[in-house]
Design a protein around this ligand. Structure first.
Ligand code: FES
Length: 315
């Protein structure tokens, strides 16, 4: 955000750590880091978790993410400033981003932005209403150009309210009237949110670590926002008694494994095992191809790369 407001007061580590070092958040960080060969690869999602927990990314939170991912604080800061989705200052509960890019511009974004500024009484360079409900920001392409002009409110696209929900019906772009409906919907929603814990001085659209179904989030619960980890290092060898031995490595969250064997042009499942199994034996000629498909509670991964049965020992 390119705000030109008074400098942001940076909370200290003692304010932030109780919100970041919760058992849930630490478990999620650990799980993210485990997915990659080196901890630094998890920096983007770990920064995102910190932002979810706090509503924005204070400098101490960036340092915390850096320490978890074993990178220098300045490296993490550079990453966080490169991506505009990381917020360097608190926003209102409803963070309204209106696209001003080419397609939306041609389809009438400017009059809508002008209307939004007037209705909310704030500027579109990141202004926040005095009741802390709305922050308004003009942004570049949101990737929904066919429905322009569009806005994003927290994590959701919206061009209208349909059946009491934020919606983006195909071909229905934003206009002043629809913008007003969206604002009225937000105000209405804020009334029901008032029974929930208030955001504290640190800001925070989300009160808990649960993205994206956390209290106050406007979006729908997603089952997952990361793919099921596939089996790695799938290899086929021969045992002393001539059987094909298939081995692999999987992530701890894998609950089941399916062994696929090629017959003709197709791979078909020939065995289903537990996620704890580490090998499987078969009788098959040289050149037989196998793949392993992992499964977690979230679904199935893509099949692994194929492994080919070698010749029998001494053959
Ligand atoms: S130009 Fe507005 S969403 Fe792409």
């Amino acid at each position: 955000m390119s705000h030109c407001h008074t400098p942001v007061v940076q909370p200290g580590a003692s304010d932030l750590l109780p919100k970041l070092e919760t058992p849930e958040l630490l478990a999620r960080v650990e799980e993210l880091i485990r997915r990659y060969p080196v901890p630094r690869s998890a920096l983007l999602p770990v920064l995102w978790l910190a932002q979810e927990a706090l509503g924005w990314l204070p400098q101490e939170a960036i340092k915390w993410a850096a320490q978890k991912c074993q990178v220098s604080p300045v490296h993490a800061y550079g990453v966080s400033t490169f991506y505009t989705m990381y917020k360097k200052e608190p926003t209102g509960r409803f963070f309204v981003q209106i696209c001003q890019n080419v397609a939306c511009h041609i389809l009438g974004a400017e009059p809508v932005i002008a209307h939004a500024e007037k209705v909310l009484g704030i500027s579109s360079d990141g202004g926040t209403t005095s009741d802390n409900l709305f922050t308004l920001l003009r942004v570049e392409c949101l990737g929904a150009c066919g429905n322009g002009p569009v806005l994003q409110i927290n994590d959701d696209f919206a061009t209208d309210i349909v059946d009491g929900k934020l919606a983006m019906p195909v071909g229905v772009g934003l206009n002043a009237e629809r913008f007003d409906r969206i604002v009225a919907w937000c105000r209405d929603r804020a009334k029901s949110l008032s029974k929930e814990p208030n955001r504290d001085s640190l800001g925070g659209l989300f009160h808990t670590a649960g993205h994206p179904g956390a209290t106050g989030a406007t979006n729908q619960v997603q089952k997952a926002y990361s793919p099921v980890p596939p089996a790695l290092g799938v290899a086929a060898s021969r045992t002393d008694d001539g059987k094909v031995k298939l081995t692999w490595r999987v992530a701890p969250e894998v609950t089941a494994l399916h062994i696929e064997k090629k017959s003709g042009e197709e791979f078909t499942v020939v065995a289903s095992l537990s996620g704890k199994d580490k090998e499987w034996l078969d009788e098959a000629p040289q050149g037989t191809e196998y793949r392993v498909v992992t499964e977690t509670v979230l679904g199935r991964a893509k099949a692994s790369s194929p492994a080919t049965a070698p010749a029998a020992k001494g053959a």
